[in-house]
Write a protein that binds this ligand. Structure first.
Ligand code: PGA
Length: 251
């Protein structure tokens, strides 16, 4: 069955104490979520936030990144095994900020997807086009390439564990949300692509999240689109009231 998910991506915000406080606030405000709620915190917060949310139904722990090699002499890096060992269940792979600032390319992202799955976690694989691509109307082809290169090498059994997040780059942190029609168009196109590769049953079961300036004001309409299965939320995930309202918009 297709899962509804709202994932909070805290990015590089909140020191440890603030992160604990934010988690407390979220646990207080979010009531009986209709789908899964994933908190993707900075690395130092993971273990403690994991313990805090463990007792709550439908809450899950996510990381924002990890290294593509399993282990070794990679000073300053964090491995999939380390994440799994502190209770991480989901890992964001290929966020546009990492593609841009850390020059992460599709081949490397495919490796990260593999390592995530090999350690029993589920990737939240991000895709999305920059503004100049949207303006010349080649966004569907652009996103197709990202998905083919990052995910379509997987066997069906593994692909079924993947969550996809469509995040148009021009909508991230800009306050400019894609319209629900723009989101639906891309999500439907992604589902068709999956269906061609893995068949309709798998496509129907794949969770496709929308990300990019999701707010309490936009969440309900976005999530009511037939192919939008929830959101990956940045800015609004740092405010318990806003995040709770977005979680409540899950259908
Ligand atoms: P935003 O970020 O909600 O602040 O636009 C979304 C994301 O980058 O995941």
């Amino acid at each position: 069955m297709r899962q509804q998910i709202v994932a909070g991506n805290w990015k590089m915000n909140k020191n440890f104490d603030e992160g604990v406080e934010l988690t407390r606030g979220i646990l207080e405000k979010v009531e009986k979520p209709q789908g899964l709620v994933i908190l993707c915190t900075p690395f130092p917060h993971l273990r403690d936030v994991g313990k805090m949310i463990k007792v709550r139904k439908n809450f899950h722990l996510g990381a924002q990144n990890m290294h593509h090699e399993e282990k070794g002499a990679f000073t300053g890096e964090v491995s999939a095994d380390m994440l799994a060992s502190v209770g991480v269940e989901f890992v964001i792979v290929g966020h546009s900020e990492r593609r841009l600032y850390n020059k992460e390319k599709n081949q490397l992202l495919a490796q990260k997807v593999n390592v995530t799955l090999a350690k029993g976690m589920r990737p939240i694989f991000c895709c999305g086009e920059p503004l100049h691509i949207r303006e010349v109307d080649t966004h569907v082809g652009y996103v197709s390439k990202q998905l083919k290169a990052g995910l379509f090498h997987l066997r069906e059994e593994d692909f079924r564990k993947v969550v996809i997040a469509y995040e148009p780059i021009w909508a991230i942190g800009t306050g400019r949300t894609a319209s629900s029609a723009q989101a639906q168009e891309m999500h439907a196109a992604i589902r068709i692509l999956i269906s061609r590769k893995y068949g309709k049953a798998v496509a129907d079961e794949t969770t496709i999240l929308y990300g990019g300036s999701v707010t309490p004001a936009t969440a309900e309409e976005l999530f009511s689109q037939p192919d939008v299965d929830g959101g990956l939320v940045g800015g609004a995930s740092l405010k318990p009231d806003d995040f709770a309202a977005i979680v409540a918009a899950m259908k």
